[in-house]
Write a protein that binds this ligand. Sequence first.
Ligand code: ATP
Ligand code: MG
Length: 628
Amino acid sequence: MQKIREFHRQSVQDKETFWAREAQRIHWETPFTQVLDYSRPPFARWFVGGRTNLCYNAVDRWLDTQADQPALIWVSTEVDQEITYTRADLAREVNAAAAILQSLGVVQGDRVLIYLPMIPQAAFFMLACARIGAIHSVVFGGFAAHNLAQRIDDAQPKVIVSTDAGARGGRPIAYKPLLDQAIQQAAHVPEHVVLVDRGLVPMTLTAGRDLDYATLRARHLDVRVPVVWLESNTPSYVLYTSGTTGNPKGVQRDVGGYAVALCASMEYIFGGKPGDVYFSSSDVGWVVGHSYVVYGPLLNGQTTVMYEGTPIRPDAAILWRIVETYGVNALFSAPTAIRVLKKHDPALLRRHDLSSLERIYLAGEPLDELTGQWLSEALGKPVIDNYWQTETGWPILSAQPGVEEVPVRFGSPTAPVYGYDVRVVNEATGQDCGPNQKGVVAVEPPLPPGAMATIWRNDERFVKTYFQSFPGRLTYSTSDWGLVDDDGYWYILGRTDDVINVAGHRLGTREIEESVNTHPAVAESAVVGVADPIKGQQAVAFAVLRDPAVLDAADARDRLEREIKQVIEQRNGAVARPSRILFVNNLPKTRSGKVLRRAIVALCEGRDPGDLTTIEDPGALDQIRSVL
Ligand code: ATP
Ligand code: MG
């Protein structure tokens, strides 16, 4: 990792030189006068005085050379439609959306809340906001009225953009009634709601407030809206974290730093160049959707594929079919999607021509060794685990094939990414840990360009939440455990709030899950700590089998339970052996695919599971209840 290390060293030792050079990737209407202003730690301001625009850099800048090339390809297996927008088409749609917003009185600094499924209008309106300096706040379309109302009150949008319905598994899911409820619950009153009518379910419009997108679009098509040049540190958007810990935070991002960081990452991390095709299967409601469906690929002159659908419909080869049809070069997905594929016929992985595909990137949750290896071997492609957070906006730890090709080790997101001065810190002493010592993954501020600027309208919460975890040290805490091995490979060992204490031993649930997952019958698992009068806590494991039918055989349950316990004993020691191994068909997860451990623990301890508004499938909790 010689080159990666040297590149990283330069980036943290001489930040100004490093980032001044990277900043040349984008267009600055007015050059910046200072690369970094760090006069008020931990708040960092990048490219001070420079004026630029995210929409200009993502759309207009490529019109000279790429007007007729695909910029955004939309694939929906929900409504069986595929549309290719060239850069010129995209420019036209974004200008129309910007003109619509302006006609409704939206000006620089106003918030626009976007509550849409994976349809192109989500990208049009995000870019339209960026064009005129409005601040977008995309709320994941799967969220219900309560979550939405909270975010309406926090972001206080002048305009909301929504639709009649999304769809999942071929069935429409109405959005409008939820939106109406949310607006009713919220204290803040938006002036207008623009509705994209997909014709999926009937909707009632509120006169004076609700407006039809198609009508407005027809009126404003071919209007050219001038770009508003924004000082680099102007807020571009607010996005809430996934809420796995039950406490979503409104992450505020800037303009210039974000543009530079994403553009650089497209080359160094994702090995992309202008003209390449990039496909991220994330939803626009999450950070991956912001950075790597909309902004990153477009800023770098690449084609982005936007997908409405699941990884298994019409069959479990759909991702590979899209790769083949559109010549995708890099695919970004989540471990949870791949674990789902593991339950299907492996022949589906070989049905399509994947010769265009160079690498697969997975992030959002721990990628267990076996799943990574399984996918990589089945496809014969490198699988790159990358670790980051909504807060950082782009990867903190990752392989960086655009800097240097190094062998990946499954279970490890490789090494620190340039720009991040990452450390493993002892949470009690605040000192850096040595090799193979477990501690909290932390970043020495200033955070690099593109990372969160603050929590929306709450500087104090920003400092308190992220910078006050270690005694005597103003360091950004990720709240994730990690360690670095002797060869400099990094490992993420779970969230700091997922540690359990069994008879005085502190155990990471992630490590026990890794062991459970090594059993060939297991597709995925969740291990939680449950209160125990003698030991303090006891580990309890929930396992999803690849083929639940194996449980039909006599004694299968006992045998599997015994075998899994044995593996854990061998790998993690006898203290880690769960008191029970329970088999379920699904794990309760957040809408972003992360296991809701706190809800499982509550059920195990006979308590109320608490706030479940971010849950994907409430049925999964009923199953946990019934096996308990
Ligand atoms: P909240 O902060 O609101 O509780 P969240 O942390 O789930 O929600 P995100 O910002 O979407 O919201 O998720 C970031 C977290 O996901 C990381 O802190 C880490 O725990 C986990 N994560 C992301 N990528 C990886 C990865 N490659 N390996 C292990 N864990 C990962
Ligand atoms: Mg978090």
